[in-house]
Design a protein around this ligand. Structure first.
Ligand code: MRU
Length: 367
């Protein structure tokens, strides 16, 4: 997507040094645009854990390239053991997004039958690039399918702006390109459909206030930032036509883990008969589990993210404390929206109801 009219992805191999991978440091956005070089597995693990990169798709793509770094740094005489150790380091960084383990497993499976470490290194670079390219291609397809939902609402409203509420950042910054929840929005914009996006600020890390606003501004999509608890009020007053969010892990029965607060939006949407759609590439499905509330691991991050807030002051990027000293803060990073509250899932293969049979009808190879 565009940054100051120049196209970017969120992760790419260094154009001159193939052993280096480059990312945008999302901790500094929207105030500073800084590109960071990653070389070692530790660099990749730190980038994921400390959220230089974040969002399920991008976490997966970063893990894919992290496994390439692992292949470069594995010893010839202990290659497979080193790879397994590096894989464990990467998988331990963040627990909820399924794409992370999916990318690591895909790399290990692709290298399994190759005999020389040189062949494994070459293959792991190709697989990392495949994972990234596929993520971008799948998001583009999500846009192609999802735009039909927006077009239908626009038709019903006789061309008046379609108001879409989104939570967190499921934009191109959360993937390699296009985004999941934003792909239908960008496609609708390209097709000339009038729309407007309500952006939840998304406490505590403020992915909405810092990232979604930035990327919508860069793409010229009309939007308004709202405090997290505003959505219910807007829905009661007919000011939301569609809730469109991403997901970090979706079960085979259609339960959806996404950024903390998503469940409350789904409840408000249900109460107000506002359609609630979730956009995801298939790399986000966890085919092994059905009950998401019971079985999806929910990341708990440092309470400092709740007790403090960062932003731009006259002195530059600054962090300030907003609660009394030593306040204990709980920071559950995700929640689970049960399938019964989800109107539909928008995938790269099409739109499906959020139930096991319908999902498997789209992915029959997972039966
Ligand atoms: O903690 P984050 O910023 O990695 O969480 C991101 C989200 O919850 C997004 O909404 C989610 O990844 C869905 S889009 C990939």
């Amino acid at each position: 997507m565009l940054v100051q009219s120049k196209p970017y992805r969120t992760i790419w191999p260094h154009p001159e040094q193939q052993e280096v991978v480059q990312i945008i440091d999302q901790r500094l956005l929207p105030h500073e645009f800084v590109i960071v070089d990653l070389r070692t597995v530790e660099d990749f693990a730190r980038a994921i854990k400390e959220m230089y990169v974040r969002g399920a798709g991008l976490i997966g793509a970063t893990a894919g390239f992290g496994m390439y770094a692992a292949a470069l740094h594995s010893r010839d005489d202990h290659f497979d053991q080193d790879m397994r150790d590096f894989a464990a380091t990467l998988v331990a960084t963040r627990p909820t997004a399924r794409n992370l383990a999916w990318a690591v497993e895909r790399q290990l499976a692709a290298l399994k039958d190759l005999s020389s470490s040189a062949a494994k290194r070459t293959r792991s670079f190709a697989v990392a690039c495949e994972i990234a390219d596929e993520d971008a291609a799948f998001c583009k397809e999500i846009g192609r399918h999802g735009v039909e939902i927006i077009r239908e609402i626009s038709r019903r409203k006789e061309g008046a702006p379609v108001n879409i509420l989104t939570h967190c950042n499921a934009g191109w910054l959360a993937f390699v390109d296009y985004g999941s929840a934003t792909a239908p929005i960008y496609e609708a914009q390209a097709q000339g459909i009038d729309l407007h996006v309500w952006v939840d600020e998304t406490r505590p890390w403020l992915q909405g206030a810092r990232l979604t606003t930035w990327e919508l501004k860069e793409q010229g999509v009309p939007h308004t930032l709202i405090a997290d608890n505003t959505g219910g009020h807007l829905m009661q007053h007919g000011l939301v036509d569609l809730v469109l969010v991403g997901t970090d892990r979706t079960t085979s029965c259609g339960d959806v883990a996404n950024k903390i607060g998503t469940y409350l939006k789904a409840l408000a949407a249900f109460d107000n008969k506002v359609p609630f759609y979730v956009a995801l590439p298939s790399s986000t499905f966890d085919w092994q589990i059905c009950d998401g509330v019971k079985n999806i691991p929910i990341e708990e991050r440092s309470g400092n993210e709740v007790n403090q807030v960062s932003g731009l002051s006259a002195a530059g990027l600054t962090t300030v404390t907003i609660s009394p000293n030593q306040t204990r803060a709980a920071n559950y990073s995700f929640d689970v929206t049960p399938a019964r509250l989800v109107t539909g899932l928008i995938t790269e293969r099409g739109i499906t109801k959020a139930d096991k049979e319908s999902i498997l009808a789209l992915y029959p190879e997972k039966r």
